[in-house]
Design a protein around this ligand. Structure first.
Ligand code: AHR
Length: 501
């Protein structure tokens, strides 16, 4: 057994955990939309064709905002293809994912779905083949009340009230050579600036996300981010980051993915703050980590043109779920600057929810850490002080054996500590010290672990990997508790601050 200590102080506040930290993503890609969220004819479809079983899982997951319609798809998408009578919508060759897009679902249907799911929408405009004017028309269609061509068209098509979409991405991964009409940094900066001006003239209340580097190992990172922000700094509220991890065979390294995510965030903060200093600006830019996850099937085979082909349908193991748990902790530990994040994606495509066409829907392993964090990781993020043994990894040098994140919700008195135990061999006994809370009671210990690191949830065994309750938290002295964390486990430790009535 190894020993560790975690100290939490009410005054060591990192920042408010924004509710949008628990966002996700639906792209017109594979079966995310068609036979994911939308499948008319499915026994559980509602009157609009949305799968009620999937809607229920999305609500239970606790997602707050969903990015749409892409992703790479956004860079070739003409949003007007997806409005109006369905029988007149064009079928198109969709070039980002080599599929046939039927356009049965467009912005109006997606907003309806989002309302049913209880989530906000974060929409992306096309800065690949699209123009600044088309982006302006898109906002006008969605957000302008009435009395203009585009707003009246929305009303004619059945939506009297504006969609009121308040968060918009200025394109997607425009630094990537794979992007439809990829741009160099200066070209993107100029195009995004002119687009941002038009978009905010149409609706000054929207918040904009600049398309930052598509991953930390792009050769153009962080120069891309610096360059585009020199154009956009005064016009956007966020810069995006995207990063996917995979198990390349070294479990220690994979479990330590949170170190990489943390470094990436810090580098983007430093880059944004450099531009802030250069511009003598009083404003601090926030980060939108609007694509993150574990992702394996990155290479697509050349397939025949098809509608909703079953592509990028990764199946997640317990190990992947532990990694996702660690990554969520990194987002919480950077809650002062990361104000939005999207688990990419939501259904079928690298997703926590997996469906059968015409059949069942299940929770993948990664569903569980996300759901628990979205439910309990609220309030203020606290800075945990950790005293723990470390171990050497190939990519990240010394990594602590236990990796925590903590939140405190003043209103409810709830204190939650999320801890990843990366030890492959032994449990770790952790002393949890709530020294300044002045009266803390233990509420619950939820553990995600299991005998088989590679176990996955299937339609036959949908709960093979599932969190369980533990009862091994013991008080040591006032406001100090001892808890044993099983080897290779992700833990949710819930406490409550006692209050005088
Ligand atoms: O989420 C899958 C793809 O990953 C997105 O379309 C793209 O933005 C990223 O490269």
């Amino acid at each position: 057994m190894q020993q560790a200590k975690i100290i939490l102080d009410r005054d060591f506040v990192i920042g408010e955990v924004d509710r949008y930290l628990y966002g996700s993503f639906i792209e017109h890609l594979g079966r995310a939309v068609y036979s994911g969220i939308y499948e008319p004819g499915h026994p559980d479809a509602d009157e609009q064709g949305f799968r009620k079983d999937v809607l229920q899982l999305v609500k239970d997951l606790g997602v707050t905002i969903v990015r749409y319609p892409g992703g790479n798809f956004a860079s070739g998408y003409n949003w007007t293809d997806g409005i109006g009578p369905r029988d007149r919508r064009p079928r198109r060759l969709e070039l980002a994912w080599r599929s046939i897009e039927t356009n049965e679902v467009g912005i109006d249907e997606f907003v309806d779905w989002a309302r049913k799911a209880g989530v906000d929408v974060m929409a992306a405009v096309n800065l690949g083949t699209g123009t600044p004017q088309e982006a302006g028309y898109f906002i006008e269609y969605c957000n302008h009340p009435s009395g203009t061509y585009w707003s009246d068209l929305r009303i004619e098509y059945g939506h009297k009230d504006p969609h009121s979409i308040k968060v918009w991405c200025l394109g997607n991964e425009m630094d990537g050579p794979w992007q439809i009409c990829h741009l160099e940094a200066d070209d993107y900066g100029k195009k995004a600036l002119e687009t941002a001006k038009i978009m905010k003239w149409v609706d000054p209340e929207i918040k904009l996300v600049a398309s930052g580097s598509s991953t930390s190992f792009m050769p153009t990172f962080p120069e891309w981010d610096r360059t585009i922000l020199e154009y956009l700094y005064d016009h956007v509220e966020y810069i995006s980051l995207h990063r996917y991890y995979e198990n390349e065979g070294d479990v220690d390294d994979f479990l330590a993915s949170f170190v990489d995510m943390d470094r990436f965030i810090r580098a983007v903060v430093a880059t944004a703050d450099f531009v802030k200093a250069k511009k003598r600006s009083a404003k601090s830019l926030m980060l939108s980590f609007d694509e993150w996850n574990v992702w394996y099937q990155k290479k697509l085979k050349l397939m025949p043109w098809e509608t909703a082909p079953p592509i990028l349908e990764d199946r997640y193991s317990l190990l992947d779920a532990l990694v996702v748990g660690g990554l969520i902790s990194t987002l919480i530990n950077n809650a002062d600057r990361v104000k939005m994040a999207c688990l990419a994606q939501l259904v079928n495509v690298i997703a926590p929810i997996y469906t059968e066409r015409g059949g069942r829907a299940i929770k993948q392993t990664i569903y569980h850490p996300f759901r628990l964090a979205a439910r309990y990781g609220r309030g203020e993020a606290l800075k945990p002080i950790v005293k723990a043994p470390t171990y050497g990894t190939r990519s990240y040098e010394e990594v602590p054996l236990v990796y925590p994140a903590a939140t405190y919700d003043e209103a409810s008195g709830d204190i939650t500590v999320f801890v990843l135990n990366t030890s492959q061999d032994v449990p770790v006994k952790v002393e949890l010290d709530f020294r300044s809370f002045d009266g803390v009671s233990f509420a619950e210990h939820i553990v995600l672990d299991g005998p088989d690191l590679h176990a996955i949830n299937t339609f036959e065994e949908p709960d093979k990997v599932h969190p369980r309750r533990e009862k091994r938290v013991e008080p040591m002295k006032t406001d100090v508790f001892s808890v044993t964390l099983p080897r290779l486990s992700w833990n949710v430790l819930r406490f409550r601050r006692n209050r005088d009535e």
